[in-house]
Design a protein around this ligand. Structure first.
Ligand code: ME8
Length: 507
């Protein structure tokens, strides 16, 4: 029986257009989804857009268009961006869809009936960019601590979610489930936040209409975060398809940036507890992608559209860079120069050269057929180590670690070619020895290709054909296909143009 595996990205705000920060999370989720599919899992990979709330309403007003028109246009920009990065999502959830309104209504009603939503009065500070309330002591010089801009003073009669009742239950839950928030530093941050004491929060608005009406009081719409988080349930059938929901819920992993950790690790689990729904197995909050050491923002005009880099480095070049260049967890800095350097060293030189050399030599010296793989070839242990280590890293969402382990295998194969000099063996007429070396290198290349396939799917698919296979890397079943010796003798080899042409370093 195929195991269900449910993975989500945040649903992105349509007040903005996609940049490399959004792409970073989405590519990572895609790589994990592809990796699990190669293991035969029944994967549900969901991304989408967050389309309600004051921030979106204002973005539409500023452009003089109706909110629905604005969200339709911008959601489309996200779909296009993901198509341009070969993102294989199984569903794209939009919070303005009818299925979501149904799910939110059912969810809210459950929480309301359970007694954890009550009418109350609120006076305080609100940051529209965060769509979040702040206490005075959290502000910096009176400004939002995240966006460094003025907050709105609001006085409202709203429905409140009784988050304070969940303090101890959340602490107990995280105590019993140490893997529920990763990495460890984020878990500690969450525990620290909860221990400071949780306050009830206002979960409805009367000041705006752009939202999902509360089922018991339609003068109010749901607070955008309350609405948005529920999308994770909507996408797997909550409120519409119980079988689907039973199959995929709880989510295996919610991926996100550290900016929205509290919403996911404090609000969301409490909301689920209040609705009597199981909690997600894991919340993984990665670090911030900086540009020139700074956060990307519209005001500093340092937002980079993924398409700009894809044009230059290709889809695979883009995907590879962001996952290999920084550890998935801490903050990392993007620079164009380091992207060129890494592309040249890892993709053009290491991977590209290995593929070219081995395929060229095997074509010339072995009549373009796989000569066979030795049962105990000298690259076998390097291949086994790479497979084990890359798999372990992938299971821990350590993408750079997994790529590192894979590239170690390529290093070993390149070094083996240098040391055994098959061109000399061929010249000396030692066809058997030459074939033995090349057979093992082709097999190492096959295994490295499978390990790299989720990250660089296009190059992997092309290489797979050049190795003489009629299917694709995605059709292979892991871990079996990572066993040494899987490359059939006699497979017809194909030479081809470099997969990653070298880049000149631009001035
Ligand atoms: O927060 N570095 O949407 P959002 C790394 N709608 N990741 C980044 C990034 C950067 N510089 N910039 C953005 C929202 N991201 C809510 C989510 S979920 C129920 C609702 C990524 O459009 C990262 O994943 O502001 C971050 O958490 C997310 O985009 C924020 O997207």
């Amino acid at each position: 029986m195929a195991q269900p595996f449910y993975i989500t990205t945040p649903i992105y705000y349509v007040s903005d257009v996609p940049h490399i920060g959004h792409a970073y999370t989405t590519v990572a989720a895609d790589v994990l989804a592809r990796w699990r599919r190669m293991h035969g899992d029944d994967v549900k990979f969901v991304t989408g857009t967050d389309e309600h709330g004051l921030k979106i309403q204002r973005a539409a007003e500023q452009r003089g268009v109706a909110p629905q028109e604005w969200v339709d246009q911008t959601a489309q920009r996200y779909r296009e961006a993901w198509a341009g990065l070969d993102i294989t999502f199984d569903d794209f959830i939009r919070t303005t869809e009818p299925r979501h309104a149904a799910a939110v209504a059912e969810f809210l009603q459950r929480v309301y009936d359970g007694g954890d939503i009550e009418l109350d009065r609120y006076e305080g500070q609100y940051c529209v960019a965060c769509e979040a309330y702040y206490n005075d002591d959290e502000l910096i010089d009176g400004n939002c601590p995240i966006h460094n801009r003025a907050v709105d003073h609001v006085v409202e009669e709203n429905y409140f979610f009784r988050l304070s009742r969940y303090e101890q239950r959340l602490l107990d839950y995280y105590e019993a489930n140490p893997q529920a928030v990763r990495p460890e530093s984020r878990r500690n941050e969450v525990l620290g936040f909860i221990r400071q004491g949780l306050r009830d929060f206002s979960m409805s608005r009367t000041s705006i209409t752009w939202g999902v009406p509360l089922p018991w009081d339609d003068r109010h719409v749901a607070y955008v975060w309350f609405d948005a988080l529920i999308s994770y349930c909507t996408a797997v059938g909550f409120g519409s398809d119980q079988n689907e929901f039973d199959k995929f819920w709880p989510a295996n992993v919610h991926l996100m940036g550290k900016d929205i950790l509290r919403f996911h690790a404090v609000f969301w689990p409490a909301m689920l507890m209040a609705a009597g729904i199981e909690l997600p197995q894991q919340i993984f909050a990665h670090g911030w992608l900086l540009v020139g050491g700074e956060k990307m923002s519209k005001t500093t005009a340092n937002q980079i559209a993924p398409a700009t880099l894809v044009e230059e480095f290709g889809v695979d070049g883009f995907r590879y860079h962001f996952l290999a260049d920084q550890r998935f967890g801490p903050d990392g800095d993007f620079s164009y120069e380091s992207m060129v350097l890494r592309y040249n060293s890892d993709l053009a030189n290491n991977f590209g050269n290995l593929a070219n050399r081995v395929l060229n030599m095997a074509t010339n010296y072995c009549d373009a057929a796989v000569p066979g793989v030795r049962a105990d070839g000298p690259l076998q242990s390097a291949a086994a180590t790479a497979a084990t280590e890359a798999s372990r890293c992938m299971d821990n969402l350590d993408f750079s670690g997994a790529l590192n382990a894979t590239w170690e295998l390529m290093n070993a194969a390149n070094a083996y070619i240098e040391a055994s000099e098959p061109w000399k063996l061929n010249k000396a007429g030692d066809a058997n020895a030459c074939a033995a070396v090349l057979g093992d290198c082709l097999e190492a290349l096959r295994i490295a290709t499978l390990l790299a396939a989720p990250t660089i799917p296009n190059a992997a698919r092309e290489l797979w054909v050049r190795l003489g296979f009629a299917d694709t890397p995605a059709d292979q079943r892991l871990p079996e296909a990572l066993q040494w010796g899987g490359l059939p003798a006699g497979n017809r080899l194909v030479k081809g143009a470099p997969l990653f042409p070298r880049k000149e370093v631009a001035e």
